[in-house]
Design a protein around this ligand. Structure first.
Ligand code: ADP
Ligand code: ADP
Ligand code: MG
Length: 431
């Protein structure tokens, strides 16, 4: 199975980069590259007009926004539309609707999709939050409507904590997303994060490409993902997949996306949010279905219909992805620096952003690469991953490699018995 870069599909590519990424692998691999400006994301990757300028200057037909940065920015999609350049993603209106957790919750409720119990309005004051919290019941999640990447949410156990967290969470959301709108959700006990990959076309067809289990998390952000989920039985799985498709059909969705759900220990599931972009963990889905999701995005953006029907989407075997982060495996503090040595396993699929000699900068997300394996059974996939991890050698910076090894060697993980609290517990036991 091969997943080909766009330029192999016959499409010429232009990369945009910041001064900090001048030596990066993606710059080297693209046919052309344009420097956007200084390292700070606000002055380069997040500067809409600079990206538009680069697109116009090189005469591109379309822009693939990747993940992070402007990938879920409605203003960016709109500006491209105004310039007659295709945004490889949904319409600006859909990004706006689903980018707001409050609005998307309301929308999904209307489609009959169960959402996490909570309050679907924006909080006006801490007094109002305290009053609503009594009605919903503790523990709670205080969340930024515009949140992403695990940023802008706080776990709240009592009124005292809510009082304390209210202003800081609002502030953090304001500075990270330019929008301090907050809302409240019930905290789901023993939660599991399971999401559904979906795809829609311009003719109104929507299909799912099965689920991904993403409960191994640190700071509410994913570290290891797999598919199929070891938690789901056939019946629950079917119900989840059908529910996701129903929700997506209702909004008129014309590209690939992810419906995120949270499960409680009774196998009840609730809609969390939708990501209207390619997901970091998309390779896991590509491995089990054999479908290249980026190619699919390109075809859908060209207004081609979905190339296959639901019954043609088959899954085989089991796939696992590990995110290699440049960070301390215990404290999760980022570890920027120069990678003086990089040895990677040959038997795994590798999606890496760096090569030997590259600098890992402190400016962006510290993920440096992903290791993906596929095997007939979950057991074999775990074994393959364990072997692959063992071969990895990174010098010059600290990585979370030992933590990843600890995860795949852990018996709870091996039995598939883990929730989003798994990593915290694992670290507690081992320190
Ligand atoms: P996924 O849901 O695809 O697993 P993550 O939530 O980990 O993705 O976020 C995808 C990437 O985008 C990560 O590298 C993350 O740090 C980055 N990211 C997500 N949201 C933001 C944001 N609002 N600002 C900057 N980076 C973000
Ligand atoms: P983001 O936009 O940052 O990805 P999400 O709403 O998707 O935010 O939540 C990220 C993670 O936070 C979830 O995968 C889950 O682990 C945890 N989480 C979020 N909401 C809840 C909740 N109501 N109850 C329990 N855990 C939650
Ligand atoms: Mg999420």
């Amino acid at each position: 199975m091969s997943f080909v870069p766009a330029n192999v599909l016959g499409i010429q590519t232009v990369a945009v980069y910041s001064e900090a990424d001048a030596m990066a692998l993606f710059v080297e691999e693209a046919d052309e590259a344009v420097c956007l400006g200084p390292a700070q994301a606000k002055k380069s990757y997040l500067d809409i007009e600079k990206v538009i300028e680069a697109a116009k200057q090189t005469g591109v037909d379309g822009v693939h926004p990747g993940y992070g940065f402007l990938s879920e920015n409605a203003d960016f999609a709109l500006r491209l539309e105004q310039e007659g350049i295709t945004f490889i993603g949904p319409d600006a209106k859909i990004i706006e609707l689903m980018g707001s957790k409050i609005q998307s919750r309301q929308q999904m409720k209307r489609a009959g999709v169960p959402v996490v119990p909570g309050w679907d309005g924006s909080l006006e004051s801490v007094e109002e939050a305290l009053e609503l919290a009594e009605q919903i019941g503790y523990p709670l999640m205080l969340k930024a409507s515009a949140g992403g990447g695990g940023i802008g949410m706080a776990f709240i156990q009592n009124p005292e904590e809510l009082r304390k967290a209210y202003a800081t969470t609002r502030q953090r959301a304001e500075s990270a997303f330019g929008d301090g709108t907050l809302f409240l959700e019930k905290f789901i006990n023993n939660p599991r994060h399971i999401e559904v990959q979906v795809a829609g076309d311009h003719e109104g067809n929507v299909i799912h490409l099965f689920e991904r289990e993403c409960s191994v998390q640190r700071r509410n952000q994913k570290v290891v993902e797999e598919s199929p989920s070891p938690f789901l039985d056939e019946e629950t799985s079917q119900e989840l997949l059908e529910t996701a498709v129903r929700g997506v059909k209702q909004i008129g969705y014309t590209t690939v996306g992810t419906m995120e759900f949270i499960f409680d220990d009774q196998k009840n599931f609730y809609f969390l949010e939708m990501n209207t972009r390619l997901q970091v963990e998309h390779p896991v889905t590509e491995e089990i279905t054999g479908i290249d999701l980026v190619e699919l995005q390109l075809r859908l953006a060209a207004k081609q219909p979905l190339p296959l029907k639901q019954e043609d989407v088959k899954r085989t075997g089991h796939s696992i992805e590990c995110r290699l982060y440049a960070e301390d495996p215990k404290t999760f503090f980022p570890s920027p620096g120069t990678v003086t040595r990089l040895v990677l396993p040959e038997e795994a699929r590798l999606d890496f952003g760096i090569k030997e000699g590259n600098n890992v900068t402190p400016f962006y997300d510290p993920m440096i690469g992903k290791i993906i394996v596929h095997a007939d059974t979950r057991e074999e996939a775990i074994e393959k991953m364990d072997k692959a991890l063992e071969k990895i050698q990174v010098e010059g910076i600290t990585t979370n490699k030992t933590l990843l090894q600890m995860i795949v060697q852990n018996s709870d993980f091996q039995y598939g018995e883990y929730t989003t609290k798994f990593l915290d517990k694992l670290l507690l036991v081992n320190t």
